[in-house]
Design a binder for this molecule. Structure first.
Ligand code: G1P
Length: 291
């Protein structure tokens, strides 16, 4: 595969029930919960676009129509705003809908993240693509969201190695059971060749990273919600059986892909804000308020 061709497709899974946010998610998708005056998913789409993705596939489920409405044009509303002299507001609505080509596919049953990514196979076809989990924001040092640095780092790793790549970050021991955790060797500052991936391990099963100084890192390193895959991921997803928690785990297909092709890890540039629960959403609002 020609690794110098730019990667244009991004997949954003947004199909989950959002049970950690009930009761509001009975009526409003968690991806549409507000951070400031915009929904969470707005920032994730801007991040993909900033990294150069022009084709965005949202994996949705029933009751997620508001996500489609948000990224669609609203000619009547735009017309009313312009008639009232509110050109800037109208322009911003047009910009949100025109920043990329938006596509949608439905995940018929909630069978896990691996199954959500599997729904993207026909749209993605035989190309590498970026995957951004829509319940996580990445902010830079100045707490600016929507920058494409994490995905850009994965694209650079792919261009160099020809391997799929994933953003990783150190996590405290007591949080390791919440993430996919990696093992491998640091090859250059912040760049890893991965050789082990375990979804939500217990403390004894967590793999380790060998740092540049040749010593194992005493802590764990976890996936940080941004990925770049070669299309071979679909061949492995097709064979992936239910794993941890009875779900089709993306991590299991990634481990098989790693054994076949190799897999790069990139230290996450910036900080992740996990919007998966109310505390994370509040923190994001606190940090990003007024932007
Ligand atoms: C998912 C993945 C996990 C990853 C996490 C954050 O878990 O299964 O490997 O570490 O996202 O990127 P979830 O948060 O959906 O339980």
């Amino acid at each position: 595969m020609n690794t110098s061709r730019p990667i244009r497709k991004a997949v954003l899974p947004a199909a989950g029930f959002g049970t950690r946010f009930l009761p509001i998610t009975k009526a409003i998708p968690k991806e549409m919960l507000p951070v400031g005056d915009k929904p969470v998913i707005h920032y994730v789409v801007e991040e993909a676009v900033a990294a150069g993705c022009t084709d965005i596939l949202l994996v949705v489920s029933r009751d997620k129509a508001s996500i489609q409405d948000y990224f669609d044009r609203a000619p009547e509303l735009e017309g009313r705003l312009r008639a009232a002299g509110k050109e800037a507001q109208a322009d911003e609505l047009v910009r949100i809908a025109s920043q990329a080509r938006f596509h949608y596919v439905r995940q018929p049953e909630m069978k896990g993240l691996g199954d959500a990514v599997w729904q993207a196979r026909d749209h993605v076809g035989d190309e590498p693509f970026a995957l951004l989990l829509a319940d996580t924001l990445i902010v830079d040092r100045a707490h600016q969201p929507g920058r494409g640095d994490a995905v850009a780092a994965l694209m650079a790793a792919y261009a160099q190695t020809g391997h799929s790549a994933v953003a990783v970050e150190p996590v405290a021991a007591e949080r390791i059971h919440r993430y996919g955790v990696v093992g491998g060797r640091e090859e250059a500052e912040g760049r890893f060749a991965l050789n082990c991936m375990v979804e939500k391990p217990g403390p004894a099963e967590a793999p380790r990273i060998l740092r540049l100084n040749g010593r194992p890192d005493p802590g764990g390193w976890a996936f940080a919600a941004r990925y770049l895959f070669t299309p071979r991921i679909f061949a492995h997803l097709a064979r992936t059986q239910p794993g941890k928690n009875g779900e089709i785990q993306l991590t299991d297909a990634m481990a098989a892909l790693m054994a076949e092709e190799g897999f790069a890890g990139c230290r996450l540039p910036g900080r992740r804000l996990d919007i998966g629960d109310a505390a994370g959403l509040l923190e994001a609002n606190h940090l990003l308020a007024g932007r």
